[in-house]
Design a protein around this ligand. Structure first.
Ligand code: CP
Length: 329
């Protein structure tokens, strides 16, 4: 299993890492069942501090990382609006991040700029305080921690059905600019015989780099505009919203007819009984709230799983994961 200094993209993970992270997350959830377990978790990293630097909007990634810090006893600071920091006075983003590293032991950052996390990680590695950095979403390119929680949710959902291996996973929506899809698709390639169906309007098809990555893997995939056929043969349907915050650079989403790529209550009857419905959230009209109480809807559980997988990830990155895996409860 590869060791990681930073969490930057989904390509850095291998299958042993994912399997171990899922085991670790399960164990952490067992600790959560008792007051003694939670106090134990809180003692593990009570000597650490983390910076949450989120300059792009976020609800669940921000709150789940913050909650994960609380669960582990990590004290956290935050900047969510750079206009309140010295960036307003002209400080470069590199100098800002270098400054954070003077005060904390871990940086968790979300940015609208693709590739920025890689640049900052390289800078940190050359600095006097080479602390770890976690990419919590970087422009349209990567959202690796979302992919980890998605894998955990899929594995749990298919626990009695042989896991993710051999399953057909349909990803729907804005596949061109949706970073969760880009990161998750790369991880699905680590599961033998898994198949991916990408269902989207032609304007929102996956980008060439992801297509080439998939062609270089053993994973079968197909791209289609036939939403009904795609969802009827899938074991998991992963809905995503149109990422119109990137319209300035990527065209006008409102001119694209995405109406055929909405999952409605009437579609439930054509889906497999054992299928799962996921969404990284937030949603708009592509996922009908009338579906929320169908037993196949896993997105609220998926969002809570995000907190537990992020606890597991931070214990791994900060070297206390064995203190969770080893003790008998
Ligand atoms: N899934 C996700 O990244 O949600 P937020 O944008 O609310 O963090």
């Amino acid at each position: 299993m590869a060791a990681h200094r930073h969490i930057l993209n989904a390509s850095q993970f291998d299958r042993p890492f994912l399997d171990r992270l899922c085991r670790l997350t399960n164990k952490i959830r067992q600790f959560d069942k008792s007051k003694e377990g939670l106090i134990y978790l809180q003692s593990l990293l009570a000597h650490k501090r983390a910076m949450l630097y989120f300059t792009q909007p976020s609800t669940r990634t921000y709150l789940s990382f913050q909650s994960a810090c609380h669960i582990l006893g990590i004290k956290n600071s935050e900047i969510r609006d750079p206009s309140t920091s010295s960036e307003r006075k002209g400080e470069s983003i590199e100098d800002s991040l270098q400054t954070f590293s003077s005060y904390v032991d871990l940086i968790i950052m979300r940015s609208p700029v693709g590739g920025l996390c890689d640049r900052i990680a390289t800078m940190l590695d050359r600095s006097d305080r080479p602390i770890p950095l976690i990419n919590a979403g970087s422009g349209p390119d990567e959202h690796p921690t979302q992919a980890l929680l998605d894998i955990y949710t899929l594995e749990r959902s298919f626990k009695n059905l042989g896991g993710i291996e051999g399953k057909t996973i349909c990803m729907v929506g804005d596949l061109k600019r949706g970073r969760t899809v880009r990161s998750l698709a790369k991880l699905v390639t680590l599961y033998p015989r898994a198949k991916i169906i990408f269902a989207s309007p032609k304007e929102f098809k996956i980008e060439a780099d992801l297509r080439n990555t998939l062609k270089g893997s053993a994973t079968e995939f197909l791209e289609t505009e036939d939403f009904i056929d795609a969802i009827s043969q899938s074991d998991a349907v992963y809905m995503t919203r149109i990422q119109d915050e990137y319209d300035v650079a990527g065209g006008d989403s409102s001119k694209v007819d995405s109406s055929k790529f909405c999952l409605l209550a009437e579609h439930l009857k054509i889906m497999k009984e054992t299928a799962v419905i996921m969404h990284p959230l937030p949603r708009r009209n592509e996922l009908d709230p009338a579906i929320d109480h169908d037993p196949r809807a896993k997105y609220w559980r998926q969002e809570r799983n995000g907190m537990w997988t992020r606890v597991a990830l931070m214990t791994t990155l900060l070297g206390v994961d064995e203190h969770i895996l080893l003790p008998e409860l």
